[in-house]
Structures are given as structure tokens and as C-alpha cells.
Design a protein around this ligand. Structure first.
Ligand code: PMP
Length: 461
């Protein structure tokens, strides 16, 4: 590994900051990319070098950087009432107005909104609600939750259990015993030879049915799914997937939780990914783009029947014993409201729909690149998956980290993208223009070419 000496700031960083999702062994040699400011889809490091933010941060900075209106919304709320909570019969206008707005746009028949500060907290809350509500409904044995291999639902104990990735389980003593993982709906990766997308969907639905039968339907409470899987590698479900899965869930009285933490608020061209993919969720988790990531905010949207069960339980025991200090933080709620107002005013959904074909055309073109096995995506999110052999789909030795190398080259080219295993994920701010998309993919192309040359030079196969 060729490394340059760390700058003073990089040295202070690695000496003090425990970095999430980083290789803690190599970071002291490579150092962090230290960003200083952003403007639109661009970010700038402390040396003034510019990058296209091809990941919208962590799939979240939907409206891009430098939105004065969001800054003003936060500042105004901070001047007026920087903190107030929703516990013990208190409330405030920003939380009420945002709950109303989320109910209005929600993809299901929504009754109420529970606020939190992140996607993990939202999914943690989902799991607690599943357990609590089934106790309240007098069926305490109905507690298991089925997620999917490669799903990403967060990193708290419950949400990391729902996540279906080995690095979030191994050595953390997870998942919790009530969580199961069903097959990953990745046609390119897991379909049988010659199996159509529809047939693959039908097979996965049949496998899910068998899994629920084997567990005992009276013990299975919920199925959780992202419309498009994000942090598991940007996996778009095969045609007919949710249409095939849903009758299985209905048959066994298993509720569907939609994790809209990435897909929510325009990523796929509609308010929610659920409507794009024909999911009919009972409850929904949101976070990230809800505030365009200017401040942390998450939420769980619940239907009448859950609200009624919670209320009935409170009538019995006196309190709904769940909530965070920052549930409905007024500054976060004010920024959330302003984000949704801007999205409506600027017609962001229509803008995403209009620009999507161009974005997807540019991604698809990488299918011809010698390093790329699959180029995939939906809406304004996608990935290219590197392979050692295109015909057999054989993967590179994971220790060679070829996708990570391509991402490092992209960074040199002035583009931030993310390696997830063998996939390079792309998820730009929703406000990206056609010319910015072109520039993004030019830089990605150069990075992939350099990664290809590197594999040849290093004899990596
Ligand atoms: N669900 C999904 C679909 C996500 O992509 C993420 C974060 N990448 C989470 C949940 C967890 O959100 P957070 O990191 O805010 O806890």
C-alpha cells in the first residue's frame, strides 16, 4: 500500500475519533478524507479539492448542500423554542404539523406518527411495537420478525438483528433469537440458470411461505423490507416480487413493515418506494431525506389498528412506556417540514422522474465495462458490481477489495461513491442536473478503467 504522510488534522483524527464503518487497522496509514464545506451536489475537502457527492452523504442529503431555507428554519426554531418534548402530555407545533404532513403523504392508511432521531431508532421502535402490540392483542407467542439476507435496517441491537449482513452480526453476538432472514431478492446474484424474474419472485414467495410454515405462522409477526435494498448493495427486487410475497404475508397474518429510510421522499420518483414497487405496508420507517440530513430525524408511521392496541394497553397500564428525549425534537421537526415544503414547491418528485432515465441509461452503459458484472438501479440510486469473470459471474478474491480500489480511484478523480462488497453504489442528491450526472459518470468511468488496469497489473483474478 502506497501512502502519503498524514496531515496534522488527519493525525489528530485517527488518534481520537473512533470511525464508524471503517477499517480501524488501515485508517491510521491511509488517513480520512476531511471535508470542510458543501455547495449543491459538490463537497470540498480541507485542501480545497472538490468532489461530486455521488452518495448524497449516506443516501440522505436529498436537496444538496447550501440550502439557506433549511438553515433559517433551524435558526428560527432555535430562537423561538430550541427544545421541547412530547412526553407526559406535552407537545409543540412543529411536531404536530410534521406528523400531519407525514400522514397526508404516507403510503398506507396512517393514524399516527412516532418520532425518533435515526433509521435505527425507527426500526428498533418497529420491533418493540410488534412485540408490545402482540402482547396487547393477547397473542404473546406471535413475535418473530422475518427480514432478508443483505437487508440493512440499522445497527442498534434490534435493528442490527434485522440487518442481514454478516459484519453487523459476527462478534456482536447478534441477531436476537426472534429474528429470521429470508432469501435475498437479487436476480442476477441468486436466480437459477434461465429462471425469469417472475419465476424467481414466485420461488422466493414459495420459500417464504415454507419458512413461515416451518416456524409456525402463529409465531411469526412481521416481515420487514426496504423497497430497494440499499446498504446491502443496491438490490432492486425482481419483477413481481412484492406482488408474490404479499399474499403469503396476508395468508399468515404477518404484517409488512416498509423500511423507507433510503427510498422515502423521492429517491425512486414518488414520495415512497412502497408505491413504486407495489408494496402495501402496515407500518413505515423513515429518516435520512426527511430533513435532507441537515439534522437527525426519524419516524415510524402507524395505522389505526396499532394505535388502537397501544391506546387500549395504556388504558390498562397507564402509560405507553417508549420514547426518546429527542422524539419530535422541534428543530428537527421544523427542518423536516421545510424539507417537505421545498420538495413540493420545487416539484422534486417530477424532477427525479424526469432525470431518472438519463441516470439509469448512464449506469446501464457500464454493463459493457470489462470489470462490471451487473449495472443496476431504479430511480436515482444504482450500483455497478465488479467481477473477475463476466461470463461466469465469478467474484474477485474479497481480500483484494477491488470495488474499494475503484472507489479510491474515484475519490482521486473527484467523485465520492461507496463500495459495498463488490458493488460500487451511486446515490446522488435528488437535485443533481443532467450535466452533473454526466460528469459523475465520466469520473466513475475513469475510476473503473484505472481499477481494471490495476487488476491486470497486479494480476488479480
Ligand atoms: N434502514 C435503512 C434502509 C438504511 O439505509 C439505514 C442507514 N443506512 C438505516 C435503516 C439505519 O439508519 P441510521 O443509520 O440513521 O440509524
Amino acid at each position: 500500500m502506497v501512502t502519503t504522510p498524514l496531515t496534522n488534522l488527519q493525525a489528530r483524527d485517527v488518534a481520537t475519533v473512533l470511525h464508524p464503518y471503517s477499517n480501524l487497522a488501515t485508517l491510521p496509514q491511509t488517513g480520512s478524507l476531511i471535508l470542510e464545506r458543501g455547495d449543491g451536489v459538490m463537497v470540498y475537502d480541507v485542501d480545497g479539492k472538490s468532489y461530486i457527492e455521488g452518495m448524497a452523504g449516506l443516501w440522505c442529503n436529498a436537496l444538496g448542500h447550501g440550502r439557506e431555507e433549511l438553515v433559517e428554519a433551524a435558526a428560527e426554531q432555535m430562537r423561538k423554542l430550541p427544545f421541547a418534548h412530547l412526553f407526559t402530555g406535552k407537545s409543540h407545533d412543529p411536531a404536530i404539523a410534521l406528523a400531519e404532513k407525514l400522514k397526508e403523504i404516507s403510503p398506507m392508511n396512517a393514524a399516527k406518527v412516532f418520532f425518533c432521531s435515526s433509521g435505527s431508532e425507527a426500526n428498533d421502535t418497529q420491533m418493540k411495537l410488534v412485540w408490545y402490540v402482540n402482547n396487547a392483542l393477547g397473542r404473546p407467542q406471535k413475535k418473530k420478525i422475518i427480514s432478508r439476507i443483505k437487508a440493512y435496517h440499522g445497527v442498534t441491537i434490534a435493528s442490527a438483528s434485522l440487518t442481514g449482513l454478516p459484519n453487523n452480526h459476527l462478534d456482536f453476538d447478534l441477531p436476537l433469537s426472534s429474528v429470521r432472514h429470508a432469501a435475498c431478492p437479487h436476480h442476477w446474484g441468486f436466480a437459477h440458470d434461465g429462471e425469469s424474474e417472475q419465476d424467481f419472485s414466485k420461488r422466493l414467495a414459495a420459500e417464504l411461505d415454507a419458512q413461515i410454515e416451518a416456524e409456525g405462522p402463529e409465531t411469526v409477526a412481521a416481515f420487514i423490507a426496504e423497497p430497494v435494498m440499499g446498504a446491502g448493495g443496491v438490490i432492486v427486487p425482481p419483477e413481481g416480487y412484492f406482488a408474490a410475497i404479499q399474499p403469503v404475508l396476508e395468508k399468515h397474518d404477518v404484517m409488512l413493515i416498509a423500511d423507507e429510510v433510503i427510498c422515502g421522499f423521492g429517491r425512486l420518483g414518488e414520495w415512497f418506494g412502497s408505491t413504486v414497487l407495489g408494496m402495501k405496508p402496515d407500518t413505515v420507517s423513515v429518516a435520512k431525506a426527511l430533513t435532507s440530513a441537515y439534522v437527525p430525524l426519524g419516524a415510524v408511521i402507524i395505522p389505526d389498528w396499532i394505535d388502537e392496541a397501544l391506546t387500549a394497553q395504556s388504558a390498562k397500564i397507564g402509560v405507553f412506556g417508549h420514547g426518546f428525549t429527542y422524539s419530535g425534537h422541534p428543530v428537527a421537526a421544523a427542518v423536516g417540514l421545510k424539507t417537505l415544503e421545498i420538495m413540493e414547491r420545487e416539484n422534486i418528485l417530477a424532477q427525479v422522474q424526469a432525470i431518472t432515465p438519463h441516470f439509469q441509461k448512464r449506469i446501464s452503459a457500464f454493463a459493457d465495462h470489462p470489470l462490471v458484472g451487473e449495472a443496476r438501479g431504479l430511480g436515482l440510486v444504482g450500483a455497478v458490481e465488479v467481477v473477475a469473470d463476466k461470463a461466469s459471474k465469478r467474484a474477485f478474491d474479497p481480500r483484494k477489495a477491488v470495488a474499494a480500489k475503484a472507489v479510491a480511484f474515484a475519490q482521486e478523480e473527484g467523485l465520492i461513491v461507496r463500495a459495498i462488497g463488490d458493488a460500487v453504489a451511486i446515490c446522488p442528491p435528488l437535485v443533481i442536473s443532467e450535466s452533473e450526472i454526466d460528469e459523475l459518470f465520466e469520473r466513475l468511468g475513469r475510476a473503473l478503467d484505472r481499477a481494471q488496469d490495476w487488476t491486470v497489473k497486479e494480476n488479480i483474478r
